[in-house]
Design a protein around this ligand. Sequence first.
Ligand code: ATP
Ligand code: MG
Length: 332
Amino acid sequence: MSDLKIHNISKEFNGTAVLDKINLEINQGEFFSIVGPSGCGKTTLLRIIAGLEFPTDGRIFIKGIDSTSMPPQKRNVGIVFQNYALFPNMNVMENVAYGLKVKKESRETILKKTSSVLEKVLLSHKAGEKVSSLSGGEQQRVSLARVIVTEPDLILFDEPLSNLDYSLRQETRNELKRLQRESGITSVYVTHDQSEALALSDRIAVLNQGKIQQQGKPEEIYFNPANSFVSKFISHSNLFDSVLSKKLFNIEINNNQKLVILQEEIKPVKSTELKQGVITEILFTGYAYEFTISVDGNIIKSMQPLNTVLENFSKGNEVGLSLLTDKIRVVE
Ligand SMILES: Nc1ncnc2c1ncn2[C@@H]1O[C@H](COP(=O)(O)OP(=O)(O)OP(=O)(O)O)[C@@H](O)[C@H]1O
Ligand SMILES: [Mg+2]
């Protein structure tokens, strides 16, 4: 039995459809991400799971129990928000203890559970400090501790890392993954950052305009996108129509298909006989070069790790294109 079953959920706001027949089943202990662009309905779906919003149609089952019209406090579900949502006038310990106090646990139990969770999130030494004196990463760990301590059936995350700067985001992401594994609590994680979803998740669902485009393991989605939206959004792939596919790579596809080439699967080559395009931009990103190559006005992106770029390229160079894969993937 799945821990969370989202069955045919649709949501309209003032007659406008925001979610359209969403079906998902999330297993016990699973880290499941819902990824999609701004406005695609991610927060709305989380709010429906939490009971903060009601669906126009469909049902939500938590641990097999129909929870569709159950109020939020009756569902054993914790939420971690982007903006931490901590109590600013309470210290770290009091913030974490709050949920247990509401549940009327004994003083002794509260102290024991709170101390143990603070240890897990590496914040024991900050227990007596005001949360406002903590860094963003620490505050987010407090909000995670506050949820874990209540031992929920399900944790919902709504873009919890997006207020953090790049390096803290990486660090907190890894911590979060470790804590989720250790606690084994089924987690649904919402983000618009595909790399975050790929790194964290057991499985991912890609959402666009209120519809699930594809769901599967990170590698499945990355290497075998179901349609052009998924390939653009998840792997930033290049898509070629049948004319370009034939002209550049001698690969025949149907008129209604697109050839999918990942940015890391194509590279510029200096070739005197084969001049297919012009380099219009070269970006150095630290671990790779990102080439932008124009072919008759079509933009092609190539990302090459430093150790694979053996030739010296400059903007304006006429280059050939070399495919680094013999796998042919097409989307309709
Ligand atoms: N209470 C509401 N009333 C009317 N429209 C709403 C309401 N809540 C959300 N919407 C609309 O529903 C759509 C989806 O919003 P939602 O917040 O779920 O998107 P999101 O995927 O979380 O976006 P973001 O990545 O920007 O957080 C948007 O067009 C939004 O304007
Ligand atoms: Mg949102």
